[in-house]
Design a protein around this ligand. Structure first.
Ligand code: 1Q0
Length: 214
């Protein structure tokens, strides 16, 4: 599980989402991806059962980092500029899932849906009883969010992985941010920023009818 470095990282990771929003309520791509990279590092400490999830997240982060280092990097500074650029240049495929090249809009949509899972999971962790099982919290938050977009085989593999998660108490300890109360307080501090990033992205995608991209 998480060692000392991961732990300090985790607080930083969750707070990274705070630095995503500009004064104009735009979402900056670099801290958004940085936040995801930190979450993946934490996920990688949870065992091999989670590696298929981690691999998919890494692949999606990589797609976005390629945009951020490519010729059009200026157009990918914020989620808003990406949407504007890709839509006005007909780079978003509204009909096929694996068109080539994959758009930033559909790639971010996958991470955006996962952010909803994260929001629900962390809120569950924060507000549940000491003897709650993280596997149950994780399953509930997954079923209320990401599962709706996943085929049966992925849902099955995900629920098997969740089954290996430790109790809430152990999970909070493994975060190693001090006492359980301190860990819960840290979640309370980070969650509003994650929710805000989620809400701003959700309304951007709704406004441009991008929420169902295949
Ligand atoms: C703590 C346990 C972590 C559980 C993670 C829950 C997410 C389950 C997701 C299962 C995804 C399975 C892999 C493949 C899915 C793709 O088919 C799907 C769609 O993409 P596409 O290209 O086929 O259309 N991809 C996705 O839906 C994206 C999934 C990204 C998941 C990223 C999860 C990163 C998780 C980090 C763990 C953070 C733990 C935080 C705890 C913090 C405590 C303070």
């Amino acid at each position: 599980m998480a060692d000392g470095d991961d732990v300090n990282g985790l607080r930083k990771v969750l707070v990274t989402f705070k630095s995503c929003l500009t004064d104009n309520q735009e979402v900056l791509m670099d801290p958004y991806l940085e936040g995801w990279k930190g979450l993946v590092r934490f996920l990688n400490t949870m065992g091999a059962m989670f590696s298929f999830i981690s691999k998919d997240a890494v692949a999606k982060i990589q797609i976005m980092e390629n945009f951020r280092s490519g010729e059009q990097k200026e157009n990918y500074i914020t989620l808003q500029s990406m949407v504007g650029y890709e839509l006005s240049n007909s780079l978003v495929d509204f009909t096929q899932p694996y068109s080539c090249p994959t758009s930033g809009c559909r790639t971010i949509l996958r991470l955006h849906r996962a952010l909803h899972w994260l929001q629900l999971f962390l809120e569950g962790l924060r507000t549940s009883d000491a003897d709650s099982r993280t596997s149950v919290l994780c399953t509930d938050s997954y079923n209320a969010s990401l599962a709706n977009y996943h085929p049966w085989i992925i849902r099955k593999a995900a629920s098997m992985a969740f089954y290996t998660l430790p109790t809430r108490d152990t999970f909070l300890k493994n975060m190693n941010v001090g006492t359980n109360e301190e860990a819960v307080a840290m979640l309370g501090e980070a969650l509003p920023h994650i929710s805000q990033v989620y809400e701003v992205t959700e309304s951007l995608y709704a406004q441009h009818k991008l929420l169902d991209l295949p």
